[in-house]
Design a protein around this ligand. Structure first.
Ligand SMILES: Nc1ncnc2c1ncn2[C@@H]1O[C@H](COP(=O)(O)OP(=O)(O)OP(=O)(O)O)[C@@H](O)[C@H]1O
Ligand SMILES: [Mg+2]
Length: 261
């Protein structure tokens, strides 16, 4: 029997209000409001250092916020009494560097947390892992080791690993930016399928074509604040704020170099 997440988590949304985070004297998030409705895809864009990863890491408490509130599927993540392990079980995260265990096979990478955290039997964990590996097109690679895979394939394993925990929300932090250009598409296409299947997703990305096609909302951050947000047509197609316009000009035309006179 496959264990399913509790009902309140099946289509988790995220509501972030007034989120603040400092490292020492430096305030990196300066009061962020952001919502991902259940089943929506929100793409977070913005220049390096603007706080995108910090924001994502606050959502599953890899970083402890200094202020504000974060609600994930009805769980108040910022409540000091929150059951962090329980909450994290329902939040899958995919990083830029795939973070696979090099000494474990692809299948074992996808079962280890199921066995340890969800206490599934080996037979059930194997079955769930195999199903998710097939979903990302890697059903035949279960017995390989990460080093025997391309970057794109490793990232697909990382997605299968996260999916094997039956998450209600997936966080992606620049999942394609460490990949060779020819393997970016295979990872984006898996993410597109996930979105189509109704997964709630918060995605930090520089892939503007993906954001344009898949995102229900696009949020542009700079300097620890949300500068502009809206539909992808609004934010990417017709940005209103000068900072958003400058950023998009640079991202969409990387050969454009501004020379200081
Ligand atoms: N653990 C930390 N200790 C101190 N400062 C940190 C830490 N993590 C991040 N910062 C700082 O916080 C700011 C925001 O970092 P963050 O990684 O969230 O930015 P980002 O938008 O994800 O950038 P990038 O696009 O380069 O990934 C940066 O100035 C960074 O140097
Ligand atoms: Mg980052």
């Amino acid at each position: 029997m496959t264990s399913t997440p509790p009902k309140d988590f099946q289509a988790a949304g995220v509501v972030i209000e007034g989120l603040r985070k400092s490292y020492g004297p430096i305030e990196v998030l300066k009061g962020i409001d952001l919502e991902v409705k259940p089943g929506q895809v929100v793409c977070l864009i913005g220049p390096s250092g603007s706080g995108k990863s910090t924001l994502l890491r606050c959502v599953n408490l890899l970083e402890q916020p200094n202020g504000g509130a974060i609600d994930v599927g009805g769980f108040d993540v910022t409540d000091p009494d929150v059951d962090v392990d329980k909450m994290r079980r329902h939040v899958g995260m995919v990083f830029q560097q795939f973070n696979l265990f090099p000494h474990l096979t692809v299948l074992e990478n996808c079962t280890v947390a199921q066995l340890k955290v969800l206490k599934r039997s080996k037979a059930e964990a194997d079955q769930v892992a195999q199903r998710n590996l097939e979903k990302v097109g890697l059903g035949k690679f279960a017995s390989r080791y990460p080093a025997q895979l391309s970057g794109g394939q490793q990232q697909r394993v990382a997605i299968a690993r996260a999916l094997s925990m039956d998450p209600s929300l997936m966080l992606f932090d620049e999942p394609t930016s460490a990949l060779d250009p020819e393997t970016v598409g295979e990872v984006l296409s898996i993410m597109r399928n996930l979105a189509r299947d109704g997964m709630t997703m918060l995605v930090v990305t520089h892939e503007m074509a993906f954001a344009r096609d898949v995102a229900d909302r696009v949020v542009f951050m700079d300097g620890g604040v949300v500068v502009e947000e809206g539909t992808s047509e609004e934010v990417i197609g017709n940005p209103q704020q000068p900072r958003t316009q400058d950023f998009l000009k640079r991202v969409l035309d990387p050969t454009h170099v501004e020379v200081d006179e």
